[in-house]
Design a protein around this ligand. Structure first.
Ligand SMILES: [Zn+2]
Length: 292
């Protein structure tokens, strides 16, 4: 399948294929590095157009700030940037064929995300950058970590899970790895979806804003080799992100990796930790325990 796509996309600009209710959960692969544009016929029976977008890039940025409570924080954020003119040129083809939606395809690689930010954070810590040193040292203390490396890994995993969580909650896909390809609705009914940042030259996917997206998210799981899209939710309203998060917070499953949480008692205090430790550093502190 991959070879076929490679051949097709080498020789022609776009190719069309139909994803019907009979085939929607069967094996489908979007080749790596290929950015897709997809036309939606009526939201129930999507027809896929594939197009490679040139000049696509990923940006990794650390956002530093101070919270309302005067605590310094650091967030690891990833942005996907598309060449706006290139996308628009390909859009004309889609529009000419009578479709009223466009999707962009992004791939989120957990390893790349965490490794990239671990390197950046440790470098800045070792250089003695004040803001970073303060945040990492405080986190080591507050989360009862043994080393600054654990603080670093905690931040990268926390932020990866937070960003991917926006997409997963939005798509209603709680049990998937989130490491595959995501097809995001750039346009529906010829209006640009809220949540994308537009500049003169770029279309920027800011995962922090994906809760603004319409429900039409498609997820291509590269582990199982299947496409998932939530047929039931496409036409339903009343979905509550807050309720979904609350549901997850109230059970004893680790929201980062899916393993069980267990009560950990140390000299420094108690917390709910992931049984997958030290692979997974998720921990949840009980309210009265966390106060200083
Ligand atoms: Zn875990």
């Amino acid at each position: 399948m991959e070879e076929l796509f490679k051949l097709l996309t080498n020789d022609i600009h776009f190719n069309v294929t139909e994803l019907s209710s009979k085939t929607w959960n069967k094996n489908w692969k979007v080749p790596e590095g290929l950015i897709s544009i997809v036309g939606l016929e009526d939201g129930k029976r999507p027809v896929f157009y594939y197009g490679v977008v040139d000049n696509y890039k990923e940006d990794y940025l650390l956002n530093k700030g101070v919270s309302e409570n005067n605590n310094k924080f650091v967030n690891a954020r990833m942005y996907f940037k598309f060449d706006r003119n290139d996308v628009m040129a390909k859009e004309r083809y889609v529009v000419a064929n009578g479709f009223n939606g466009l999707l962009l395809c992004i791939k989120i690689d957990k390893d790349k995300f965490t490794k990239t930010f671990e390197k950046i954070l440790l470098e800045k810590y070792n250089e003695g950058e004040e803001h970073i040193v303060e945040v990492l040292d405080k986190m080591m203390d507050r989360n009862m970590f043994d080393s600054v490396e654990e603080s670093v890994r905690y931040i990268t995993n926390r932020d990866y899970n937070w960003l991917i969580g926006r997409l997963k909650y939005k798509a209603g896909l709680f049990n998937y790895s989130g490491q595959g390809y995501w097809l995001l609705p750039l346009k529906t009914n010829m209006k640009i979806t809220k949540g994308f940042k537009l500049t003169d030259n770029e279309i920027i996917v800011d995962l922090e804003n994906t809760e603004l997206f319409k429900n039409y998210l498609i997820y291509v799981d590269i582990k199982d080799g299947v496409i998932k899209y939530n047929k039931d939710r496409l036409c339903k309203s009343g979905f509550s992100l807050v309720d979904e998060i609350r549901k997850q917070m109230s059970d004893d499953t680790c929201p980062w990796c899916g393993e069980k949480l267990r009560l950990v008692k140390t000299k420094r205090g108690e917390f709910l930790g992931c049984s997958n430790y030290p692979e997974c550093l998720y921990r949840r502190f009980l309210k009265n325990n966390n106060k200083k």
